[in-house]
Design a protein around this ligand. Structure first.
Ligand code: ZN
Length: 397
């Protein structure tokens, strides 16, 4: 099925611009065997651009698949770089929105790392909702978890803040999801809503093809995210990029009834990072031209490494490695993928079939080249490699 109507603004002027054939539909579920990993279903990705709100989405996304329930591993808390970022972010939110001692609800809390960190720093309570939560991952008496999807039945939960990190991009009906949250806040005008998502303008500018994979069906720019929030009846308090401009943060609260009656796309402040629609269209055009060249360059590089009999590993599992390797799996250059998340060690990469290794594996393996899936971790990973006596050539995405 092709979704021709924009799920972010309900406009019908959308056009496809980029396609990945037969991408594995899962990237961060844990898989116990190579055969099982290679049996993960594949489907096409066809990115479309909405000429009205600037939203980018996979218009062939299959909304019937259950993506979140079994063995979903996406913890980032094992990295020092990430923990520093998350701690600073929590402290900032606590100060900015007076969250000391208050209750925070997190929709899509994963294994609960963020809500745990936030409540430890705020001294408040936390409620996490996520079908992928696993009992026993958090042992904090101030936390409660609902192992299920967020629906209308949770709308009675009151909180000073509703947080939603790295979840919205997995939801096809992006506008309806915001409306569901907004409806729950009819009697809570002061609740702050905080969203964190990858931002697509960077993906377009650097042709970050490794950030395009099936589980992400929605790709937000600052402007398209803001558009949906305003259309759903929110006033945006802050809109900014963080984490090497990879992530977009949206902070909002219910718009007051007299500021545009829930349809006021122009209510509230417009932020400098909200992209001009015509400029975004130009970025799409450059992306279409340049992505072919970049994929060609990587193919050439990997082929050269293979002909020189070099041992090449990818550092950083999860979606980015699936997004990256999907494009070159025919080359058979990469034998191993390393990840510091101990819950992934020994499992196999969906669609790719390689096994996750712990970093210590590289001590004996002595790779000639390491491709780092997220440049933000370049320094941290290089240090770890050197500390193990491993000095490979390093490439970072
Ligand atoms: Zn749209």
């Amino acid at each position: 099925m092709i979704h021709t109507v924009c799920p972010n603004c309900e406009g019908s002027n959308t056009e496809a611009f980029f396609e990945i054939k037969q991408a594995p539909i899962f990237s961060v579920v844990t898989v116990k065997s190579e055969q099982e990993a290679l049996r993960v279903p594949r489907k096409d990705i066809e990115l479309a651009f909405c000429n009205h709100c600037g939203f980018i989405y996979n218009r062939r996304f299959d909304t019937d698949i259950d993506y979140f329930t079994s063995g979903y591993e996406d913890q980032q808390g094992f990295s020092k770089t990430f923990m520093n970022f998350a701690t600073e972010l929590c402290n900032e939110l606590i100060a900015k929105y007076q969250l000391k001692g208050k209750t925070v609800l997190e929709i899509g809390c994963g294994k609960g790392d963020f809500i745990n960190l936030l409540t430890n720093l705020s001294g408040g309570c936390g409620i996490g909702i996520d079908p992928a939560y696993e009992e026993g991952r958090q042992n904090n008496p101030n936390l409660r978890f609902h192992k299920e999807f967020y629906t209308q039945k949770h709308s009675h939960i009151t909180a000073a803040m509703i947080a939603c990190r790295h979840t919205w991009e997995h939801i096809h009906a992006s506008l309806d999801f915001l409306r569901l949250i907004r409806k729950s806040l009819d009697n809570s005008p002061d609740t702050v809503v905080f969203f964190e998502v990858p931002q697509v303008t960077r993906i377009l500018e650097i042709q970050a093809f490794w950030d395009i994979y099936y589980e992400h069906c929605s790709y937000f720019s600052a402007a398209s995210a803001a558009h949906a929030f305003r259309k759903a009846g929110f006033e945006i308090l802050d809109l900014r990029y963080v984490y090497g401009e990879q992530y977009l943060l949206i902070e909002a609260k219910p718009a007051s009834k007299n500021s545009g009656k829930n349809s006021g796309n122009n209510s509230g402040k417009i932020f400098a990072i909200e992209e001009d629609l015509d400029e975004q269209k130009q970025r799409i055009d450059s992306f279409k031209r340049e992505i072919k060249q970049l994929l060609g360059e990587w193919r050439q590089r990997l082929t050269a490494l293979k002909s020189a009999n070099k041992k090449v590993v990818v550092w950083g599992g999860g979606s980015k490695s699936v997004g990256f390797l999907t494009n070159f799996s025919d080359l058979n250059v990469i034998e191993h993928v390393v990840d510091i998340n101990p819950n992934m060690t020994g499992h196999f990469i969906p669609g790719i079939g390689k096994q996750y290794r712990a970093p210590q594996f590289l001590k004996d393996y002595q790779p000639d080249a390491v491709i780092i899936m997220n440049g933000v971790y370049r320094e941290e990973i290089t240090q770890s490699l050197h500390a193990m006596g491993v000095f490979p050539e390093i490439y970072a995405l």
